[in-house]
Each structure stands twice: as C-alpha cells, then as structure tokens.
Write a protein that binds this ligand. Sequence first.
Ligand code: HEC
Length: 205
Amino acid sequence: MTSFLFALLAALLLSLTPPAAWAAQSDRPPTRSAVEPAELARAVAEMEQLDRMRVSLASTLEGSSEEPTLQTMKEVCKPVGLRAMAIGKENGWQVRQVASKFRNPDHAPATAQERQVLDLFHRQPAITGLWQPAGAEQASGVNYYRRINVEPSCLACHGSKASRPSFVKDNYPADKAFDFNVGDLRGMYAVFIPELQQALAEAQN
Ligand code: HEC
C-alpha cells in the first residue's frame, strides 16, 4: 500500500507541469508549487481513505435483496460528502466531489479546469490522479484530482433510471447520476491546497 502511494506520488509530482495543450490555454506560465511535498502526499492519502470509505459502505449493500432505504443512503454517499468537507476543514483545504452527471447539484463542475480534468479522466481511463496549478479564479495553490470509478456495488443507486431506489427518485428530482456501467467514470475528488495557509503556518513557527 505504502509503495503504491509512493509510486503514485512520484508519478503525480512528475505531472505537476501541465501538458502543453493546457499550458497554452492558461495565461500564466506553469510554475512548480510552493506547497510542501508532505502536504501533497497527505492529500493523496486522505483521498484514498475517503474513497475506501465509500467502497466499504457500498459493499454492505451487495448481496442484499432489500431496496436501500433513506437510512442506507445516509450510510453511503452522503457521509462521504460530509467527510470530504471535514477533511477540508481539518487541513485548510477545499475538498469537493465533482461529476458531469451529478445527483447533488452542489457537485456540478464549477470551473473550466474541473471540466477539463473530468474530460481527461473520461478519455484516459489509466490516469488515476493528477495535479494542476491553481486556475485563474483561484488563489495561489495546487489542485489535486482523483478519479472515482463505478463498481458493481454502486449500481444499486447509480444503475438504470427505473431501478433507482424511490428515495433517490423522490429526493433528487434533477438527478443525472444514473445509467452507469461498471468501470465508467463516475466523477472525481477535487482538493485545492492553498499556499497561503502554509505561509501562515511558517509565520507562526
Ligand atoms: C444507497 C444508494 C447509493 C449507493 C449504493 C451509491 N451511491 Fe453514490 N450517491 C447516492 C446519493 C443519494 C448521492 C447524492 C448524495 C448527496 O446528496 O450529496 C450520491 C452521490 C455520489 C457522488 C457525488 C456526485 C453526485 O452525483 O452528487 C459520487 C461521486 C458517487 N455517489 C459515487 C458512488 C460510487 C462510486 C458508488 C459505489 C462505490 C456509489 N456512489 C454508491 C446514492 C448511492
């Protein structure tokens, strides 16, 4: 596990410089981030843990023939969203889930960069995560993006439109998060790590 994270981090650090096509779209030159590698590593580890939380919650539904209830729903993706916010608060980051086909409208892509990265994950299934410099509308800092794929246990609630549990149909009238197949891109975790808090931390030392 540690070696996996290490390899992932090494690959991610190499990808700090965006591809030429993206650099051309950005009005500032790609710069290396002033955020400490240890903090970058922590963001990777936190998102791996968050993802495992959802997978293990969803797996409790597998093999159960009962329709998920509102209570069960609260125990799968809603707590993942709450945990994402808590991780952000604990670390001074912004942590979001983002999806083109979203269920909760708060998770719609909010920036051009989020749309570009979703599109890249969609086209390149082998890419698990990547770093990008802050977008034009952000303060200085670094973004970390991590893909979320559909697994068999997700289909209970993200499968065909008709098969969605009634609490989903009732509570999410504008739902777009259905008709997925196993292996599809479901969305991504997006972490923004500002440089400012690091400057603050250094000033306090
Ligand atoms: C018991 C039903 C249920 C299961 C099973 C389930 N989800 Fe969800 N999912 C939901 C609901 C409900 C929401 C909206 C939660 C909210 O309001 O924030 C959601 C939201 C999400 C989101 C946030 C983006 C959005 O569309 O709002 C992602 C990503 C996601 N689910 C991925 C998964 C993955 C991956 C699995 C399988 C490992 C899974 N879900 C299994 C019900 C479920």
